[in-house]
Design a protein around this ligand. Structure first.
Ligand code: GTP
Length: 261
């Protein structure tokens, strides 16, 4: 840096000129010039150190930003995986819930789903003063079918009867397996008399059904008891009344449909 500007060069040549040796100002000027250059050197060093710090800070800032971006990307990935996992769990829960509500042999509603719907439909019927018919249906002499033809044929009979039931009832009715060879049919917006007409038709269709067993055509019949929910009773009470009506149907010779008292 020393001697780089025209003033530096001029001062350097003045100080080097022997004609000024002994001049009273030469020493003072020489010291001033030296001090000035010391100061310049120090300023340059400070500037270099400051530049160095700045570039380290910049690097650090950049690497921090890069690390932050990377972590953000990783977090996003984890969030995506977690979302997918949650959706999977929800699907699984829904199918488990559905499976727990259906009868595994026939695929129709099981007692749990029937009870849920019974609760909802009886509340609705009472609140709006609408009719709700409950039908208990039981396959006649089913034990003999099992004993004579085996459990597998018995199962096939259950499946066939369910198929007929589903084709005879309306879309907003619900038939489900109450247990064994007993079925419950919920018929919202349906008075007992209308339910009896529908059930008589269903009984005829079941009786017309022939389940093929080797060369034989196995005849099946069913008995039914119908109760219309009263405004002042629980659905359990109405089911008991339907059960009693079913018992009457059995005692009166089966293959028939009886209305509850
Ligand atoms: N194959 C088969 N049989 C079943 C199933 N659930 C219950 N059963 C049988 O259904 C029969 C019911 O017999 P009972 O209650 O004596 O009645 P029933 O022979 O139908 O006689 P009635 O109801 O009086 O006409 C029993 O033998 C049970 O083992 C099933 O899922 N599959």
């Amino acid at each position: 840096m020393r001697g780089s500007s025209p003033l530096d060069q001029e001062l350097a040549s003045l100080l080097a000129d022997p004609q000024f040796d002994g001049h009273p100002l030469k020493d003072a000027l020489s010291q001033l010039w030296g001090a000035h250059h010391d100061l310049l050197g120090r300023i340059e060093r400070i500037a270099r150190i400051s530049d160095g710090y700045q570039s380290i800070a910049r690097d650090r800032e950049m690497s921090l930003a890069a690390r932050f971006d990377k972590q953000l990307r990783q977090l996003e990935k984890v969030a995506r995986i977690s979302d997918r996992y949650q959706a999977m769990m929800q699907d699984l829960n829904a199918s488990l819930r559905e499976a727990s509500m259906l009868d595994s042999l026939t695929g129709i509603a099981n007692r749990r789903l029937l009870t849920e719907r019974l609760r909802e439909e009886s509340e609705r019927a009472k609140r709006y003063g609408r009719p709700l018919a409950l039908v208990m249906l039981d396959i006649d002499r089913f034990k003999i079918i099992n004993d004579d033809y085996g459990h597998d044929v018995g199962d096939r009979v259950l499946i066939e009867v369910v198929r007929v039931m589903e084709s005879e009832i309306r879309e907003h009715d619900l038939c489900g397996r109450w247990g064994g060879e007993e079925f419950l049919i919920l018929m919202p917006e349906c008075p007992a008399q209308t339910a009896q007409t529908v059930m008589t038709r269903l009984g005829d269709s079941i009786a017309a059904l022939g389940v093929r067993v080797n060369e034989d055509l196995l005849g099946v019949t069913a008995s039914m008891g119908i109760a219309e929910l009263r405004p002042d009773e629980t659905y359990s009470n109405a089911i008991n009344r339907a059960d009693l009506a079913l018992l009457r149907a059995k005692r009166s010779g089966r293959n028939r449909c009886e209305l509850a008292e």
